[in-house]
Design a binder for this molecule. Structure first.
Ligand code: SF4
Length: 445
């Protein structure tokens, strides 16, 4: 594949400790586009070996708005069905630029390993010293070993190591949208982490035209009134939920966005030093990045102060637990500060079965239990007129590598708009209808 992809696939056999590289054909991308749809095709190919597939979308890592998404596909330890979970921030982009667009991981390693993928090279390395580390120590240690601060770590903590269905794959220090227990799948396979970094260049078929069309879309977004304010608090009121802005603002330090995104919905709070402190101080872990809204709403409703919320989410992230499930467990047990949390979180790790968590409405919880996508993006569509298309928008977003939160917010970044970018991007003639037919196959699977 010459354009918008590195053109390579990695097949990692943990049992044999072997890595094979394959060239991605034009036919594969024309047929399956990328992201979740391509992951599903690879999952089916290796199904007998219970693979977990990490893939980048068609536009991941390009100038297309919100093109930050990578996707994990596998049989969920939580639902028992095949599910797809996104990874955002900068991890999807680093996978795409690592020189490998898709990674199939199969088999079970005899001893703990991690996979280091960068600049067209891949190594399976010993993780016995890392195995018991929490995700914060793991991220620090891998960056230290590799000697590179920008390395993106998809790693697991104690929850994944112990096979808890409440485990998730963290993105560096932070909670991810994984609501399928894929952290336990990595734990089962004795795979502690994927470390991703790349300086690969992606070529467009017609760079001036591709850039012009991307710029046009960026300008349309900037000129429109669809974007909410910064941070998750703005989403809360937009969705008709409680106004949490005053609660968050007490310790608010900054808002930050993912790769190529106009919105900055991730919110960083400092709870170990003054949030107005801008210089580097001796406090090495001054705060936490909130990466989702539903668990924040749950914890606030359960009586947590913003400071205690930060402390709890640090514990949860270090353990590699799904924060939504953890919030349900803590609030359910009447815990409203970090002191009583340890016991509840350990019990959660030992529980054989957990509910999916996710958004608070019953309708959302029911859909989430049957779902093939993470309910991390608001279950209710935000843009007017797209309320009934949550699944369809997720399938499209996960395949093209665009954040679903963004697509649910900006209705004109739709199948037609994305198909319009495919010709100058990768010499692929596509219509919005044809693109939707391909992504519908994920829903029909
Ligand atoms: S909408 Fe939010 S979560 Fe999605 S890419 Fe943008 S900043 Fe990231």
């Amino acid at each position: 594949m010459d354009f918008l992809f590195s053109g390579n696939l990695l097949v990692v056999d943990l049992q044999k400790k072997e890595i094979e590289e394959e060239v991605l054909s034009e036919e594969f991308i024309s047929r399956y586009i990328g992201g979740a749809r391509a992951n599903l095709a690879l999952y089916e190919k290796y199904r007998e070996e219970d693979p977990i597939v990490f893939g980048s979308g068609f536009f991941t890592g390009t100038p297309v708005p919100a093109s930050c998404l990578g996707v994990v596909t596998g049989k969920s330890p939580r639902t028992g069905k095949v599910g797809h979970s996104p990874f955002n921030l900068y991890a999807g982009m680093e996978l795409k630029l690592s020189g490998f667009d898709f990674i199939v991981v199969k088999g079970v390693a005899a001893e703990p390993l991690y996979l280091w993928v960068h600049d067209g090279l891949a190594d399976l390395l010993d993780a016995s010293e890392l195995w018991k580390m929490d995700t914060w120590a793991l991220t620090d240690e891998l960056r230290n070993i590799i000697g590179e601060e920008m390395v993106q770590v998809l790693g697991i903590g104690e929850a994944g190591m112990k096979g808890s269905p409440a485990a998730q794959i963290n993105i560096n220090y932070w909670a991810s949208p994984d609501q399928f227990g894929f952290g336990a799948k990595m734990g089962e396979k004795n795979l502690k982490a994927l470390a991703l970094r790349g300086l690969n260049m992606l070529d467009a078929a017609d760079p001036p035209e591709f850039n012009d069309r991307c710029l046009e879309l960026h300008n349309r977004i900037k000129g429109s009134k669809v974007l909410p304010g910064k941070g998750f608090a703005s989403f809360s009121t937009l969705l008709g939920g409680e106004d949490i802005s005053g609660w968050l603002s007490q310790l608010l330090h900054r808002h930050s966005g993912c790769f190529a995104c106009h919105m900055s919905c991730n919110t960083f709070v400092k709870y170990n030093e003054s949030p107005t402190e801008m210089r580097s101080t001796e406090v090495t872990e001054p705060g936490i990045l909130f990466t989702g809204l539903s668990y924040l709403q749950k914890l606030k409703k359960g009586g947590f102060t913003i400071e205690e919320c930060g402390r709890i989410l640090e514990q949860v992230s270090r353990l590699g637990l799904d924060p939504d499930v953890a919030a349900d467990a803590l609030v359910g047990e009447g815990v409203s500060d970090s002191k009583g949390a340890k016991k509840v979180l350990q019990e959660l790790i030992s529980a054989g079965e957990v509910k999916s968590g996710g958004w608070m409405s019953e309708e959302a919880a029911e859909a989430n239990d049957q779902n093939i996508f993470s309910s991390w993006p608001p279950f209710k569509a935000i843009g007017e007129g797209i309320e009934k298309e949550w699944m369809q928008i997720n399938a499209l977003a996960y395949t093209c590598g665009i954040c679903p939160v963004f697509m649910l917010t900006v209705p004109f970044v739709d199948a037609a708009a994305l198909a319009h970018l495919m010709e100058p991007g990768a010499e692929m003639e596509m219509t919005g209808e044809a693109l939707l037919e391909i992504t519908q196959e994920i829903l029909d699977h």
